[in-house]
Design a protein. Structure first.
Length: 340
């Protein structure tokens, strides 16, 4: 099932007996549940009309029995099930509870008309070998919430501003994404803050993002590496001084620099095997947008240079932690060495 299809059905007053939400994007999963709740139940019925279960604590049979019971003092019943074991693909952990899925399979064949079950599966994939998952797939009850790609995130950001009567250009959205990262909850919060500043009918420019949204330590470290790779020593040392003024520990800064170099080295190695950025993201465990940024920065270095810098950082880390090297000065000298 596609999200747009579910929205069309709700608009027509039609609701599926079961929805199965899964994937990495938990923020949009929560949005889906909130939107369904708004459409399904009046506000004064929600306290009695919504029932929540967690399959790590409660057998699935209890949730099914609840869904199969007529609602009291509410027009419908919404049964929300947080699942980590019934439908989810194996994640190296076996659940402590035994779940009898036969009752769920029987319910799916003859569901209660006044109930809607929503599975919020805390896993990237479902276990499609299971009979119950196959049945849910046949009933078109599955909704995948995979992480949005860069262009989709930009479109989503600009649309959120548009929905509040503001205009946000692509440049401003890109800068916001660079500063906020790909966490959609944080992204939504910052968009709302910018909209409040712009006022009704206002426009959000890149300057507003620079003024109102603080850069992260990770972003500043990225900019610092970029400055040194471009032989812009003055800018790099200025960024380092700003990090110190914010009371960031040199050991932490060094660790973040090492992390970025490590990611760039992994990207370079995977590029040699013709991996796409999407495949790299899966291998490294990062969002594709972060991989794209790392790939752009990695072009300024050879694999050998990155390996050499990582070796120096390991030595510097040991020296700083054992007190053999002054932390502030030691990292400054390392940054200067990048421009050589």
């Amino acid at each position: 099932m596609e999200l747009k299809d579910a929205a069309k059905e709700w608009k027509a007053g039609q609701f599926r007996p079961v929805y199965v939400l899964y994937g990495k994007d938990r923020y949009r999963m929560r949005q889906f549940v909130e939107a369904l709740t708004d459409k399904l139940l009046p506000e004064d019925e929600r306290e009695l009309g919504i029932v929540k279960y967690d399959t790590s604590e409660t057998p699935i049979e209890e949730a099914v029995a609840e869904a199969d019971t007529m609602p009291f003092f509410a027009s419908r019943k919404l049964v929300l099930i947080r699942d980590v074991s019934v439908l989810a693909a194996a994640q190296g952990k076996e659940g402590k509870l035994e779940h009898g899925t036969d009752s769920l399979i029987a319910y799916l064949k003859q569901p209660c008309e006044s109930s809607v079950i929503v599975f919020q599966v805390m896993a990237e994939k479902l276990d499609e070998r299971r009979k119950v998952v196959k049945l849910l797939k046949e009933q078109d009850a599955l909704l995948a919430f995979q992480e949005l790609q860069e262009n989709e995130l930009l479109q989503w950001t600009m649309k959120r501003a548009e929905e509040q009567g503001r205009k946000m250009g692509r440049d401003a959205a890109q800068l916001l994404l660079a500063r906020t990262g790909t966490n959609m909850q944080q992204l939504a919060h910052e968009v709302d803050k910018l909209c409040l500043h712009a006022g009704s009918g206002g426009e959000i420019a890149s300057g507003d993002v620079e003024t109102l949204i603080a850069s992260t330590v990770e972003e500043d470290v990225f900019a610092l590496i970029d400055a040194m790779a471009s032989l812009n020593v003055e800018k790099a040392l200025k960024l380092y001084a700003e990090l110190l003024l914010r009371r960031e520990e040199p050991i932490k800064i060094a660790a973040l620099i090492a992390r970025q170099f490590r990611i760039m080295l992994q990207v370079k190695e995977l590029e040699q095997h013709n991996y796409s950025q999407q495949q790299m993201a899966g291998q490294i465990g990062l969002h594709p947008y972060a991989v794209k940024l790392a790939a752009e920065k990695a072009k300024r270095f050879t694999a050998q240079t990155l390996g050499r810098h990582l070796s120096k950082l390991a030595e510097l880390d040991y020296g700083m932690k054992t007190g053999r090297v002054d932390k502030t000065l030691g990292l400054e000298l390392f940054l200067l060495s990048l421009a050589v």
